[in-house]
Design a protein around this ligand. Structure first.
Ligand code: ARG
Length: 574
């Protein structure tokens, strides 16, 4: 364990237990970063109140029992300032050098984690909102896997329901080849609109569409074949977007709404039989405790409409039951728009009532905030349409190409770098703000090479690669020993020790922006080190060079691993 905060927590807890009694062995020592030392522990102030003692006395008592690898002092009203010794930092940093995981541990015990993410709707267009759930979900999946957990990706596609009646009839009208071409090109929403317009104006079409819904629900063979034609073409478009983004979702992760169709009746029956659902105004409803409407009446989660039809909530009840009982999940994450918060709260509460969710299984809604345009409103094109993802991602790549145009790469290399930079820009922008906050989609800012952006993080990484190229050293052979001379070297080494904790904290909270913040701090610490501590020119003495290259090697491993967990590609040069 190299992480200073964790090491300090343990040492302080031991000191608190021997100074104040074993009942304090698990108390949080409240370790924070400090202006005057590496860290400070604030626990004495809160303990003093409870113990009715002076805070400085409590702090001193803890310090007297503290076995700490560095210097300690009580300051101000009762803070404990902690400065680690250079020897300790050096020793820990050297363990990172020989650790390919750079201090990241393994979840113990490993969990089976189901992540529901991306989930675009086939009958509508995949939009920037789905972009964000795709990117955030994918990063979480990678992070959990890296920690040794088993991840089951579930792409809960909107691929079922009454609109498919008119979509299939429209497909027959335009002919399969033309429909396929249109859907593969990402024109699903145009296709939908054309079908909708006919449905509203042409009674014959409307009649056919309604009949088609019936044969679809009955899973009639020819109707299912047409549904597959429609879905396969649509999925080929989604896959194009996934490939462009470099996300890990594949066809085997598709678990769309249609998959639950055969389970809906049973799900309703179970809930009705166990007394958790009852008929209200003709509809079958669950009334999970704690939810009331504006009229103070209990709020229903409708799982079967009065006409016998099933809806979004039914599917989610079937899905959560399946994920617990059939998939054996320990933890289920729903990476979905924040506007669906009430829906998920009710689904989780109902599933708890039904006994499907227990203390052993957690369900969390990872709320995704809305993407805004520069006008502060929901992101749309000028004509009010939502923006086609394909176009948006292409624009990001074009802007990246312009940004690196003057660097003198041949055309092919430039295209490869532009692709990596464009995707990094879009993905990092999504990941670096907390997932539930709204933010303005601004390609110009995202493609910037300075500040907390994807391209900056890539640039910091490629700069280290170029150091190794110029020194003609393979990073794998840079083994130190580490010697901390300059303050910037010490600060960088200390920062690197926190990587494991940053990854684990990101997984525990399901908040990738924490990893981004850590990596940005690391890149910043590296930049100071790079500016203040010469590596190539003027050439430092051999031992200093070996130490600096070792710090470069750890930083490279940390940044590359971290960016990989975010799903941000790292080019060789840029
Ligand atoms: N298709 C839905 C939408 O676009 C998201 C589905 C999320 N997952 C779920 N289990 N409900 O809003």
């Amino acid at each position: 364990m190299t992480n200073p905060q964790l090491v300090l927590t343990e040492l302080l807890q031991r000191a608190m237990a021997s100074a104040l009694g074993s009942e304090h062995a698990d108390a949080d020592p409240l370790i924070r970063s400090s202006q005057f030392a590496d860290f400070q522990a604030n626990v004495a102030l809160s303990l003093a109140k409870r113990l009715r003692r002076a805070p400085r006395d409590v702090a001193q008592a803890i310090v007297d029992h503290l076995d700490f690898p560095g210097t300690v002092e009580v300051s101000g009203p009762g803070f404990i300032n902690l400065t680690l010794s250079d020897e300790w930092i050096t020793e820990q940093a050297e363990t990172l050098l020989t650790d390919p995981r750079a201090g990241v541990g393994h979840s113990n015990p490993p969990q089976r984690i189901v992540i529901d993410y991306s989930a675009p709707n086939a009958a509508k267009e995949m939009h920037v909102g789905h972009l964000r759930t795709t990117i955030v979900g994918d990063s979480l999946a990678r992070t959990f896997e890296h920690l040794g957990n088993e991840v089951i990706r579930q792409n809960h596609l909107g691929d079922w329901g009454t609109p498919f009646g008119m979509l299939i009839e429209h497909l027959l009208d335009v002919g399969e080849p033309a429909a396929i071409a249109q859907l593969e090109a990402g024109e699903g929403s145009e296709f939908y609109k054309a079908a909708r317009a006919k449905f509203e104006t042409d009674p014959g079409f409307q009649q056919r569409a309604r009949l088609r819904v019936v044969t679809l629900q009955a899973e009639d063979a020819e109707t299912m074949r047409l549904w597959h034609v429609f879905m396969d073409a649509t999925i080929r478009y989604f896959n194009k977007i996934y490939a462009m983004l470099g996300v890990t979702l594949t066809d085997k992760d598709i678990a769309g709404e249609s998959m639950y169709n055969p389970m809906l009746a049973q799900t309703c029956e179970d809930l009705e039989k166990s007394g958790h659902a009852r008929i209200s105004d003709g509809a079958l409803c669950v009334f999970p405790p704690g939810f009331t409407g504006s009229d103070d009446q209990p709020l229903p989660l409708i799982i079967r409409k009065s006409d016998g039809g099933y809806g979004y909530a039914t599917t989610d009840m079937a899905a959560i039951r399946y994920r617990v009982r059939d998939l054996g999940a320990d933890r289920i994450l729903y990476v979905v728009g924040a506007d669906q918060s009430l829906h998920f709260q009710m689904v989780f509460a109902a599933a708890r009532e039904a006994g499907w969710l227990t203390d052993k299984v957690s369900a969390e809604h990872v709320q995704i905030g809305m993407m805004l345009g520069k006008d502060g409103r929901r992101f749309r094109t000028r004509s009010g349409e939502s923006v086609k993802l394909n176009d948006l991602l292409t624009e990001a790549v074009d802007r990246a190409a312009t940004a690196i145009a003057e660097r003198g790469y041949d055309e092919e290399t430039q295209q490869v770098i532009a692709q990596a930079v464009g995707m990094a820009a879009v993905k990092y922008a999504d990941l670096s703000v907390s997932h539930d906050s709204e933010y303005v989609f601004d390609l110009e800012r995202m493609v910037h090479f300075v500040g907390n952006t994807g391209p900056y993080m890539q640039y910091a990484t490629t700069r280290i690669k170029s150091v190794f190229r110029r020194a003609d050293v393979d990073p794998a052979t840079a083994k130190g020993p580490i010697k901390l001379g300059e303050p910037a070297e010490r600060a960088l080494a200390l920062q690197l020790l926190g990587f494991g904790q940053a990854v684990e904290h990101t997984a525990a909270t399901a908040e990738p922006h924490r990893l981004c913040a850590y990596l940005f701090e690391t890149a910043t610490a590296f930049t100071s080190f790079y500016d203040q501590c010469p590596i190539i020119l003027p050439p430092p003495p051999a031992d200093v060079l070996a130490s600096r290259l070792a710090l470069c090697a750890i930083t490279l491993n940390v940044l590359e691993t971290g960016l990989t967990l975010l799903g941000v590609p790292v080019p060789e040069r840029m």
